[in-house]
Design a protein around this ligand. Structure first.
Ligand code: PEP
Ligand code: MN
Length: 363
């Protein structure tokens, strides 16, 4: 799987760059010319644009595919575009698109994903799957499984962030844990980051891309337009090909691992330290749970309910305050205490139920 990707992209990080959408011959020609001059060889361009509201620019469709086919020949580049239906797949293949991807709004829909998978039988092109809009790992895994089920060998995943109820500085909250879980399910599937759609703002692209490389992502998909401010879609998050080249140059690419003996030795020492500390944390949690069980017995003996609102309020106030003293993020500590409290309630419930069973009159 990796060999084919390497053949297409060259060395890691795999880079796909190009405008959000192919808007006109002049726009796509000038953008790609400049991208190629800056060393980019895999071009993205949306042909059918999923817009939240109607009556906006929805892509140029087949006309744009003709431009892209010509661009491919003229600059000897690979072309990637989004497909959202079997008709799109047919047209993309007709116009020699090299790489197709499922957009975030399609990955959420298993019916459509399955239809597209069926239409890909016998196709050999690489295929990327963006994460679903909503933060559900299983939808992302499912879409990958459906496309793999069609026999597609060169599958990649693209992390473009998730919609969230909480207001964040991002257009789409990255929720890094989800793509990392995806990577542990499918270590062989190259994982690309799309910092443009996570950020929604060109100022944040570098930091997000660097974070992805720090996490050992395999590549990047970045939106680039020769006149970003005039773009017909996603104008605020696009950068010029020259800016892209500077950004890529500045990024530090991390090694997956190191064979340096001194590095390995010191890392082992540090990990030993973490192992010891984790044991201590687990021992402390066990001791805490014993105390909770005693409390459970005591409440039961005195006919007092398990959940004590005031006590829980006190814990949720004090623990985050204590966390601050040790320079820990208070919301992180609060989240941990929610889990601990859940387990404490569970253990006390077992104690209360056990007593109920014991006291059930014998017949
Ligand atoms: C895009 O790549 O331009 C796009 C529409 O992306 P997403 O599916 O991630 O929203
Ligand atoms: Mn876009």
């Amino acid at each position: 799987m990796i060999e084919k990707m390497n053949a297409i992209f060259g060395n890691k990080p795999y880079t796909i760059a190009g405008p959000c959408s192919a808007e006109s011959w002049e726009q796509i020609y000038s953008t790609v010319k400049s991208l190629v001059a800056n060393g980019i060889s895999v071009i993205r361009a949306g042909v059918w644009k999923p817009r939240t509201r109607p009556n906006q620019f929805e892509g140029k469709g087949e006309e744009a595919l003709k431009w892209l086919q010509q661009i491919k020949k003229e600059f000897d580049v690979k072309i990637a575009t989004e497909v959202a239906s079997t008709e799109h797949v047919e047209l993309a293949l007709k116009y020699e698109i090299d790489i197709m991807w499922l957009g975030a709004r399609t990955t959420v829909n298993p019916f459509v994903v399955q239809e597209i998978a069926n239409s890909l039988k016998g196709v050999n092109n690489p295929f990327f799957i963006k994460n679903p809009i909503n933060p559900e790992l299983s939808l992302w895994l499912g879409a990958i499984e459906r496309i793999a089920g069609a026999g597609i060998k060169n599958i990649g995943a693209v992390h473009r962030g998730f919609s969230s109820f909480q207001k964040t500085k991002y257009r789409n909250a990255p929720m890094w844990q989800i793509p990392l879980e995806l990577k542990s399910h499918f270590p062989e599937v190259p994982l690309l980051c799309d910092p443009s759609h996570i950020a929604g703002d060109r100022e944040m692209i570098f930091d997000i891309a660097q974070k992805a490389l720090n996490l050992n992502y395999d590549g990047l998909m970045i939106e680039s337009h020769y006149k970003p401010n005039n773009a017909l879609s996603d104008a605020q998050q696009q950068i010029t090909p020259d800016e892209l080249a500077i950004l890529l140059e500045k990024l530090k690419v991390r090694e997956a691992t190191s064979d340096d003996v001194l590095f390995k030795n010191h890392l082992d020492e540090l990990r030993d330290k973490v192992d010891h500390l984790d044991r201590e944390i687990i021992e402390a949690l066990a001791t805490r749970m014993k105390a909770v069980e005693e409390i459970g017995e005591y409440k039961k003996d005195n006919n007092v309910s398990i959940f004590q609102l005031n006590r829980w309020k006190e814990i949720t106030e004090t623990r985050p305050q204590w966390a601050k003293v040790f320079n820990l993020d208070p919301t992180y500590i609060l989240d941990i205490y929610k889990f601990i409290h859940q387990e404490s309630i569970k253990k006390q419930t077992i104690i209360f139920n056990k007593d109920n069973i014991d006291s059930t009159p014998q017949r």
